[in-house]
Design a protein around this ligand. Structure first.
Ligand code: GLN
Length: 216
């Protein structure tokens, strides 16, 4: 089976591991460089960046010298999905970073942190999938997830497209790699970020779409 790495430095790791295993893939916690890359290239076929606290995750990534290997693996072609804090790490720009906070600049979006208020209790909701959104959902259908101190995607650059919205606000975007993706149908790009937590709602569609991105 495919091996899906889950960045396991801080935050909601276990739910992602469980959801990935439930979809028939092998879930691999990633804590250091050798969990991610070996002598022959990436050890994982895809990678998930979980929710948590993005400024803490950013600090740990750099402290452990994992930021560059992670960025390199994704830049070299490993498909990636970030949820919530993971979206913030993937973003090109964080409009309101914590002091010293950086991002990996792997998805052409600008995000604002904590854009929906400081919900301490998870707030479950349905999110609208765009017409060319996500494999396995109805065109114009919905996905479920939880909003927990979620970021908002404030702008989407030319290298990405919005895939999930709620009340007109963008809560998910995916990268555009080339003509195939622009013209393409209901597939995710290589790098996807969503502001909510499907893994806390048992929503498999987005992780399933990530698995379908793995070349076989
Ligand atoms: N507010 C958090 C941050 O800025 C994200 C919250 C989450 O991942 N659930 O990183």
């Amino acid at each position: 089976p495919a091996a899906v790495g889950v960045l396991a430095l801080q935050g909601g790791v276990a739910e992602h591991l469980r959801l990935i295993e439930g979809l028939g893939a092998r879930a691999v916690p990633v804590r250091r460089e050798r969990d991610l890359t070996g002598p022959d290239g990436p050890r994982v076929d895809a990678i998930v960046l979980p929710g948590g606290e993005s400024s803490t995750q950013d600090r740990l990534l750099r402290l452990l010298d994992l930021a560059e290997p992670l960025r390199g693996a994704v830049a070299d072609g490993v498909p990636a999905l970030g949820t919530c804090a993971g979206l913030i790490l993937l973003a090109r720009e964080v409009l309101d970073p914590a002091p010293g906070q950086r991002s990996l600049d792997l998805l052409d979006v600008s995000v604002r942190r904590n854009a929906f208020g400081a919900q301490l209790v998870s707030h479950e909701a349905e999110f609208e999938v765009g017409p060319s959104g996500i494999d396995g959902t109805e065109p114009g259908g919905t996905v479920r997830g939880a909003l927990i101190r979620a970021p908002e995607i404030v702008s989407v650059g030319s290298g990405a497209r919005a895939i999930v919205r709620r009340d007109g606000r963008v809560l998910g975007a995916t990268s555009i790699e080339g003509d195939a993706d622009v013209a393409g149908h209901a597939s995710l790009g290589r790098v996807t970020g969503i502001a909510f937590h499907p893994e806390l709602s048992g929503e498999p569609a987005i992780h399933r779409a990530l698995l379908s991105r793995i070349p076989r």
